[in-house]
Ligand binder design. Structure first.
Ligand SMILES: Cc1ncc(COP(=O)(O)O)c(C=O)c1O
Length: 378
């Protein structure tokens, strides 16, 4: 097909300055456990407005140690969204607990606070709302429910670095105990693989530091000598390298520009695609600012046909996400009868269009044209 393009749904943006930062780090004396780790943490803490940040090897590692720090363990449950990446639920299993799925809201595809509240039981100890697509969930509402039921709140903000809720940046933890981020290449900023937890609690911060590094500390009241370290609990090696942190620091300086570009692309899609019968477009939300991690449209009928046509045109559309409890692993692990009707309807209609900072105007136009063609609109 003449003029056929190949467009991914998401992609990192790496500048000369990013490459230079990585080069300097790899040539330095410490390529891991060096000064860039704390520098990146300080920068994230300053950016989000939280008191503490702990950077780790992935968003999944961040969720795992946050889940343990939240007290999730055998016999306990945590509630997350039916529409999310599997990691939001898997972290509860890693910690020995049981994930419970709440349905989503039709409009925002964020967790439905009313359904979440219905699913709280004596065993529930944490809520894990996800800022789906980068659009903030209603944190004040979720916090009220958590307070009433004495629950910890972990925000899964893998999609939402750079988003804002009621004038404050996601990650400030004003309405939660911890927030996790992912720095996978399709996310707001990247370190290759990487993640972080932010918190305002010194106690949680210290626990997260321990869990990142085998449960080992050198912070000992009366050491026999400088060699001494203590393993206080079973932790992990979830460390991230100085090379990755140098990239993260450089990327963080570019974050506001990335978000502006994502906003611009979303605006163009919304302008060009509004008013088409049978097509529902995503909103930025009235609670703040979306980070526009993904732009998900909903096609009332014929989703598969539209998806296949777009893929056929070289546009690497995707579906975010298959309801987690329908995965074969979950179905065979006791989730056979779970059903979240709004999530299932959403899933049957969703298509993720490409959005990433370096997306060119002609690529946006190409996607719009191909989509209109697939929908039979001209
Ligand atoms: C909502 C959500 N949570 C957690 C993760 C896990 O992050 P990572 O891939 O960095 O482990 C992802 C990654 O895609 C995600 O989308």
């Amino acid at each position: 097909m003449p003029g056929k393009m190949v467009i991914p749904y998401g992609k990192q943006s790496i500048s000369r300055a990013d490459i230079e930062a990585v080069r300097r780090a790899i040539e330095g004396p410490f390529i891991t456990q060096g000064p860039k780790v704390k520098e990146f943490e300080d920068a994230l803490q300053a950016y989000t407005g939280a008191k503490y940040a702990v950077v780790v090897s992935s968003g999944t590692a961040a969720l795992h140690i946050a889940a343990i720090a939240a007290g999730i363990k055998p016999g306990r449950e945590a509630i997350t969204s039916a529409i999310t990446f599997v990691a939001s639920a898997n972290c509860v299993l890693y910690a020995g607990g049981k994930p419970v799925f709440a349905d989503v809201l039709e409009d925002s595809v964020n967790i439905d606070p009313a359904d979440m509240e219905k699913k709280i039981r004596k065993k529930t100890c944490a809520l894990i709302p996800v800022h789906f697509a980068g659009r903030p969930a209603d944190l004040e509402h979720i916090r009220r429910i958590a307070r009433r039921n004495k629950l910890i709140v972990i925000e899964d903000a893998a999609h939402a670095l750079g988003a804002e809720y009621k004038g404050r940046r996601i990650g400030c933890c004003e309405h939660s105990d911890m927030t996790i981020f992912s720095f996978h290449p399709v996310k707001s900023i990247t370190t290759g693989e990487g993640g972080a937890v932010t918190t305002n609690s010194k106690e949680l911060y210290k626990r997260l530091l321990l869990l990142r590094n085998h449960g080992i500390t050198r912070d000992i009241a009366h050491p026999e000598g400088e060699w001494q370290y203590e393993m206080r609990e079973l932790g992990y090696n979830y460390r991230i390298t100085d090379i990755q942190c140098a990239l993260g620091l450089s990327q963080l300086r570019r974050l506001d520009g990335f978000i502006k570009r994502r906003e611009k692309i979303a605006e163009t899609y919304t302008r060009e695609l509004s008013g088409i019968d049978g097509l529902k477009l995503p909103g930025a939300g009235e609670l703040g600012k979306s980070a526009w991690h993904i732009y998900v449209i909903r096609v009332r009928t014929g989703r598969k046909n539209v998806f296949d046509r777009l893929r056929g045109a070289g546009i690497n559309v995707n579906v975010h996400y298959i309801p987690v409890y329908t995965q074969p692993f979950y179905r065979s692990a006791g989730y056979k009868n779970v059903s979240c009707p709004v999530a299932e309807k959403y899933y049957s209609q969703a298509i993720t269009l490409p959005i990433f900072p370096e997306m060119k105007e002609k690529e946006i136009k190409y996607v719009v044209k191909a989509l209109k063609g697939a929908l039979g609109v001209h």
